[in-house]
Design a protein around this ligand. Structure first.
Ligand code: PLP
Length: 464
């Protein structure tokens, strides 16, 4: 008997589930009350009242049995623990960087790096600074300049690498600011604030060449380096036969160092690192690490955290995992597009972004259309998403309000947590909200702090 090999159409979850965490169902009536009590702000909901939580992909992933077994074997010694050396070996194998400094999460690596290199009057170019990166650059008196290609700012424009840096704009910036005022050049892969969009290898190399030509160190914000490697493999000519590990190594070989949040492609619940080649700079960074994080062989992490990251970095580069991961976002995106819903195209790595300005054109930006849609998703289906729009970005330093450039609803996927049926359900909830879009109303802010207001503001629906 000779059977023809069969090629499956379904990309299945590349794991089986051995430990389960129940999720709690609530009725729409209960959610109505819970949301009102939370000031119509999903950040103020209790997690147990949420059925599917897509607030963030940061630190929310499931650990593997391999990670748990490593964690049980951890060495909690203050100095020189064996868990640190496993962590250091993994980071060195993947990045090639000589000096590895552990930190409790990504922003701590940013704090150490920018406190050490950046000062008043300096400019840091990046494709798009993530908000904590921008905050650390500005906290040190420097300017964070975003130089993503124009396509990266247009939700509906299709481009395989919308996270690319505009190389001409980078050259112009160096020309006008002067190399002495640019301590480092950064590139964020994937470009989180720009919709989780990847950067091509050609662009990484081009940035690297510009940096070398001007003698400026080049650092990568590497939070989603594995997802970016997968996009290079599947979208860029010449990389189809390379493994994600080979691609990741090639990416890092172009740079002088990186900052990393292990809560993303470290597949861990906490952790991060700063890695770099320059010994002198590393020495300065280690001194600051002792001050703010801890001894340089644990840097704010427990031994078991370092074990989880040491294993997680390799698991993030597994092809089966990456195929499933990127497919989950694309799968949801396709269902929404088929239903006529506008999303940021193409879908990126860790999240799907709904364009609320297009979906709810009747609600003016200052009545927060994306916020309205986020609340509708919770009311209809117990789904928690996040607004990336005028509530988040609209408040100006002088206290006035200005519409944000985009009104997006971000649905971020925790790693290895939800299955295809969860995604099918999610699509149903979003489509149900879309079908009733003429019933959705705007919101007004009842009370809010002056900074980062979206985390704690209280709102109410207009006309209710
Ligand atoms: C999450 C993130 C950070 C900050 O990392 P934390 O671990 O949250 O401190 C920095 N840059 C990017 C691109 C991120 O996604």
């Amino acid at each position: 008997m000779v059977l023809k090999p069969f090629k499956s159409k379904t990309i299945i979850e590349p794991f089986r589930i051995r430990s389960v965490e129940p999720i709690r169902f609530t009725t729409m009536q209960e959610r109505q009350k819970l949301l009102k009590e939370a000031g119509y702000n999903p950040f103020l909901l209790k997690a147990r009242d949420v059925l599917i939580d897509l607030l963030t992909d940061s630190g929310t992933g499931a650990l593997s049995s391999g990670q748990w077994s490593g964690m049980l074997e951890s060495d909690e010694s203050y100095a020189g623990s064996s868990s640190f050396y496993k962590f250091e070996t993994a980071v060195r194998e993947i990045t090639g960087f000589k000096n590895v400094i552990p930190t409790h999460q990504g922003r701590a690596a940013e704090n150490i790096l920018f406190t050490t290199v950046a000062g008043k009057g300096d400019v840091i170019p990046n494709n798009t600074h993530f908000d904590t990166t921008r905050a650390h650059v500005e906290h040190n008196g420097a300017e964070a300049r975003d130089l993503v290609i124009p396509e990266g700012r247009e939700p509906q424009t299709i481009h395989p690498f919308k996270g690319n840096m505009d190389i001409d704009a980078l050259e112009e910036t160096i020309e006008s600011v002067g190399t002495s005022k640019i301590p480092i050049i950064m590139l964020t892969i994937t470009n989180n604030s720009g919709g989780g969009q990847p950067v091509s290898m050609a662009n990484i190399k081009a940035v690297s060449e510009v940096a070398k030509k001007h003698g400026i160190p080049f650092f990568i914000d590497a939070c989603r380096f594995a997802e970016n490697s997968w996009f290079i493999k599947t979208r860029e000519k010449g990389y189809a036969d390379k493994t994600p590990m080979e691609i990741a190594q090639e990416i890092f070989s172009c740079a002088d160092g990186c900052t990393m949040s292990a809560k993303k492609d470290g597949m861990s619940n906490i952790g991060g690192f700063l890695a770099l080649n320059d010994d002198n700079l590393a020495q300065k960074c280690r001194s600051l690490t002792i001050l703010t994080e801890g001894f340089p062989t644990y840097g704010g992490m427990a031994g078991y955290d370092m074990e989880a990251v040491a294993k997680g970095l390799y698991e993030a580069l597994d092809e089966g995992y990456l195929r499933y991961r990127i497919r989950s976002a694309a799968y949801l995106g396709e269902k929404l597009v088929d239903a006529g819903i506008s999303i940021v195209q193409p879908t990126g790595g860790h999240a799907v972004y709904i364009d609320a300005k297009k979906t709810l054109p009747e609600i003016p930006p200052l009545e927060y259309p994306a916020w309205s849609l986020v609340n509708a998703l919770y009311l209809l289906g117990g789904v928690r998403a996040v607004e990336i729009g005028t509530v988040m970005f609209g408040l100006q330093p002088d206290g006035s309000e200005k519409a944000a450039s985009m009104e997006l609803v971000r649905l971020a996927f925790p790693r290895r947590v939800y299955t295809q049926s969860h995604v099918d359900y999610l699509a149903e909830v979003i489509i149900a909200a879309y079908e009733q879009r003429d019933k959705l109303t705007g919101y007004r802010i009842v009370e809010a702090p002056n900074v980062l207001r979206h985390f704690s503001a209280r709102l109410e629906p207009i006309g209710s």
